[in-house]
Ligand binder design. Structure first.
Ligand code: AMP
Length: 460
């Protein structure tokens, strides 16, 4: 099975009289950080279904003419993050059934699709090279083809979906939002001029003037059609939001479980300063995610905060990947050190996580080359020791630096003067929420959803 539908953004809108595709375009723009490889929008006016998707950023895939070619009062959109399966347009969402009766966008990942594929097989359907999102779409279609409503198809298929999913499903007259039982990936609802908007993150609401109402609850189905909004709790939800949304993915101006991401990240920094007060001259974030963390650290420690590393904001992976000699430039393509802030200084450099260690190692080297006297690395999450199966696109376990090295060995490998990770308790306490509301599997190997045939991939 292809590994798709990971670390993505979904956006959906239902509203008579609204320019839904243009609003979806702006919504996806605000969610660009969740995926830069493909983008797509499907819309319907109740008669026809229109769809455009392609390779690249939202701004590369869409233009005025294309947006105008997507009319109607319902639209769904998606930004896809690159995975091992590649960046081709064939991987882009929305996924559509051959008769265009169902269009679907997915954020999350189903580590096991055995139940769904057996269900389809029993109905004489065998899919080749299908992603989890395509399998879900076909399973729903196999039920609606029998004359059942999309709501009953969802209720029938729901127990067969093993994994994380924040889904938006569009038919010619309905927009349906659905979140897995554990609400691992975020999904929120807002109101706009009598219509309704759904988005992976609340930061997508502000630019289009929509007002946040609440999150789609774990295990809940929300249906919008001509008669308004209908809600059905399909299974009892047990909230387990992926804590990595706070650590890395989400935009700082988003709200998760009622908490500001910016504020939580600042508290990560404060807590880091309490756990590791390092004698240094300057605190520098690796942009963008760790900026509020570094502010929190600087405020709590009294050590000056400086933007000692500048990120080239508009550089994008698809431009970087093809040429080996360009790729060899590594982190320098994206990050430039500010000599005045680094030379002859004892530097605390703050990042959100260490995954493979590749970029961190290059950053340490770059800082020493710029003249830093000491480079103290502080990380606003605990070591990532376990692989992910729910859609955050971490590498296999043996590629995770922390799964094969102690912190001391990692420090040696990175070449840093010191290396310190936020404690697990520190991370949880900084959120101001209870541990039981989170999926923390990449830090402690506790997976809330059965990994079934993939469970052999985790070593404890
Ligand atoms: P590395 O030093 O190679 O382990 O890379 C760590 C950096 O990757 C951190 O700065 C994170 O911001 C970033 N990162 C963490 N998780 C992911 C992910 N799932 N996809 C892309 N980047 C990530």
């Amino acid at each position: 099975m292809k590994k798709l539908g990971e670390k993505c953004a979904v956006f959906g809108i239902y509203g008579k009289g609204l320019d839904v595709s243009r609003l979806a375009f702006f919504g996806l723009y605000a969610l660009q950080h969740r995926g830069q490889e493909n983008s797509g929008i499907a819309s319907t006016d109740g008669e026809e279904v229109y769809c455009h998707k392609g390779v690249g950023l939202v701004s590369q895939v869409f233009n005025e003419g294309i947006i105008k070619s997507l009319p109607g009062h319902i639209a769904i959109g998606h930004n896809r993050y690159s995975t091992s399966s590649g960046a081709g347009a064939e991987y882009a969402h929305p996924i559509e059934t051959s008769d265009k009766s169902i269009s679907l966008v997915h954020n999350g990942n189903l580590p096991s699709t055995t139940l769904l594929t057996s269900f389809l097989k029993a109905r004489g359907i065998e899919l080749k090279d299908a992603s989890d999102s395509m399998i879900i779409t076909e399973a729903l279609h196999s039920v609606t083809k029998e004359g059942k409503s999309i709501e009953s198809a969802i209720e029938q298929i729901f127990p067969l979906m093993t994994g994380s999913f924040s889904l938006l499903i569009m038919t010619k007259d309905k927009l349906v939002a659905l979140r897995d039982q554990y609400g691992i990936r975020p999904l929120s609802i807002a109101k706009l001029n009598g219509g309704f908007v759904f988005a992976s993150e609340t930061c997508a609401f502000h630019p289009i003037g929509a007002n946040f109402i609440r999150d789609v609850n774990p295990g809940e189905m929300v249906v919008v059609d001509e008669s308004g909004l209908k809600i059905k709790q399909i299974v009892k939800g047990i909230q387990k939001l992926d804590i990595f949304e706070f650590v890395y993915f989400s935009r700082p101006d988003s709200t998760l479980l009622g908490k500001s991401v910016y504020d939580v990240r600042k508290k990560f920094g404060k807590r880091l300063a309490e756990e590791y007060l390092i004698d240094a001259d300057v605190v520098i974030p690796i942009p963008e995610t760790s900026i509020p963390v570094a502010i929190g650290y600087a405020n709590a420690s009294g050590i000056p905060f400086e933007m000692g590393i500048i990120k080239s904001r508009y550089i994008h992976r698809t431009f970087i990947e093809p040429e080996q000699h360009i790729r060899d430039q590594g982190v320098k393509l994206k990050l430039a050190p500010l000599k005045e802030m680094i030379e002859n200084k004892r530097v605390i450099v703050v990042d959100d996580s260490i995954v493979r260690g590749t970029t961190s190692r290059q950053i340490v080297k770059m800082l020493f080359e710029t003249g830093a006297k000491e480079v103290h690395f502080v990380i606003s999450s605990p070591p990532v020791r376990y692989p992910d199966f729910y859609g955050i696109d971490l590498p296999k376990q043996d590629a995770l630096l922390a799964s094969k090295m102690t912190v001391e060995e990692m420090n040696h490998y990175l070449g840093s003067t010191s290396l310190n990770f936020l404690s697990y308790e520190g991370m949880i306490e900084a959120t101001g929420l209870s541990e039981c509301l989170f999926c923390t599997s990449c830090f402690n190997g506790k997976y809330p959803i059965d990994l079934k045939e993939r469970s052999g991939e985790v070593k404890y």
